[in-house]
Design a protein around this ligand. Structure first.
Ligand code: SF4
Ligand code: SF4
Length: 444
């Protein structure tokens, strides 16, 4: 792949920056440990009172929003070599991405809670108390707003900079407007005179994502989402969720239409039989997610040891989320295109594909007899599908629709909008039409 000097310089920064950003986001306590700071939850990385996750999401959403607005305002087709206008489909797609990302994945989870509570900080101000004589009770000079369920606003207590386990104390608190405020700490073992007590509370990073499917096993909403809403969407619209809505797909889709991203997709995306066969890896990821989800149920009924359950969750966090979803998913953009995670990792994508095939989803990309065998469609496909092989044979049109039965198509429309002779379109076709078209492909 030919790269300009600017691009090479960018890559020198991009690779270490991605590793650092995702490590801070996922394992801040590991980094503070390496730095020799006794801060197992990585509160050191809070900036301006906000968590690393907040800043990460702000950057992530900002990049997507800027690219979408640029595309929608300029109105140029990013898939075509010629200067043609942005199609209606792409306008709708990038508007959907913009709204899904800024409203669904940013405003609701990160801005609305601040508006609701009027609290900007993800970290409560630290209260420091110097213990003057041996005591089991420490009055907090300033109350600390925290969440007793711990996942959202976790209370932390340090004695002489050592974290005190939650099992070693209980909090005196009061409740106001649904929020908890700690006013004093009762310790089960007294603290010696001279101990410095630090108390604070902060938001933990949200690492669970619905694309791992496992939440469907312990959340009613996730269950409905995975087993009703997503299947219905797949039946009517194929895997367009991946190119119109999903947070991971939003970045892949927008970066993939920038000048460099376009080149990464065209020249880097693995294509050919071997790369298609390797998509079975995604099946392993799906099975693993289901096992992790089932372990939550088994743990709730005390069928498996809690330690086994914890290990499985840790593995999912580390392997699926951190290594595959974050590092490989993003680091590989400049080398193998923007959809490595979506093609080989994402459990939900495999579930959508299985359901689409089984339910005979009507979604299809349909070639017509305009095809002249140019091949721009195959090059534009971020999922490595050989679109041209469905459109022509030795430059003669064969008009074979394809959907989720044999391909990982996400309905991005890149192939359609890159074709200079309008030889492709999206259509709803019945199972019978697929069979007829397949027979045509074989006989031509
Ligand atoms: S493949 Fe998975 S991660 Fe990628 S866009 Fe689809 S649902 Fe999202
Ligand atoms: S076949 Fe076309 S619509 Fe489907 S993923 Fe590839 S480029 Fe997008």
């Amino acid at each position: 792949m030919q790269r300009s000097t600017y691009e090479k310089v960018f890559l020198w920064f991009f690779l270490p920056a991605v590793v650092l950003i995702y490590t801070i986001k996922a394992y801040p306590g590991f980094l503070t440990g390496l730095m020799g700071i006794d801060d197992p939850f990585g509160t050191f990385f809070f900036v301006g009172g906000k968590s690393p996750n907040f800043w990460y999401q702000t950057l992530y959403t900002g990049i997507i929003a800027v690219i979408c607005l640029n595309l929608l305002l300029l109105g140029r087709n990013p898939y075509s070599k010629k200067s043609t206008p942005l199609s209606k489909y792409q306008k709708l797609k990038f508007t959907s991405i913009l709204i899904a990302q800024t409203v669904g994945f940013y405003f609701f989870p990160f801005v609305m809670p601040m508006l609701k509570t009027g609290v900007w900080q993800d970290r409560a101000p630290q209260v420091i108390v110097q213990v003057e004589e041996r005591t089991s009770r420490v009055d907090l000079e300033k109350e600390i707003n925290y969440s007793p369920t711990a996942e959202k606003f976790k209370f932390l207590l340090y004695a002489d900079n050592q974290l005190v386990p939650e099992s070693h104390y209980e909090l005196e608190n009061y409740r106001k407007d649904g929020s908890f405020f700690a006013t004093a700490i009762n310790l089960y073992s007294p603290l010696p005179a001279g101990t410095e007590v630090k108390a604070t509370a902060f938001h933990l990073a949200h690492k669970m994502a619905h694309v791992y499917l496992s939440p469907a096993f312990f959340s009613n909403f996730a269950f409905l989402y995975m087993f009703l809403i997503i299947p219905l969407g797949v039946w009517f619209f194929g895997k367009r969720y991946c190119s119109w809505i999903c947070a991971c797909g939003n970045l892949a889709e927008t970066v993939g239409v920038t000048p460099w991203g376009n080149k990464w997709v065209k020249e880097g995306t693995p294509r050919g039989d071997a790369s298609m066969k390797a998509e079975w890896i995604q099946m392993i990821m799906l099975i693993f997610s289901v096992v992790v989800g089932l372990s939550a149920i088994l743990n709730a009924y005390h069928v498996i040891h809690p330690a086994t359950y914890d290990r499985l969750w840790y593995l999912q966090d580390f392997l699926t989320d951190f290594i595959f979803g974050s590092l490989i998913g993003i680091l590989f953009y400049p080398f193998y295109g923007t959809r490595m995670w979506c093609r080989y990792g994402c459990p939900m994508a495999r579930w959508m594909k299985i359901f689409g095939r089984w339910s005979k989803s009507k979604f299809a990309v349909v070639p017509n007899d305009n095809c002249q065998g140019i091949g721009a469609c195959t090059q534009a496909c971020p999922m490595g599908i050989d679109v041209a092989s469905y459109a022509h044979k030795e430059k003669k049109p064969i008009e074979t629709p394809f959907g989720l039965a044999g391909t990982a198509c996400i309905g991005c429309g890149g192939c359609i909008d890159s074709c200079p002779v309008d030889a492709l379109s999206f259509q709803n076709v019945t199972a019978k039409e697929f069979i007829i078209a397949d027979a045509k492909k074989v006989s031509s």
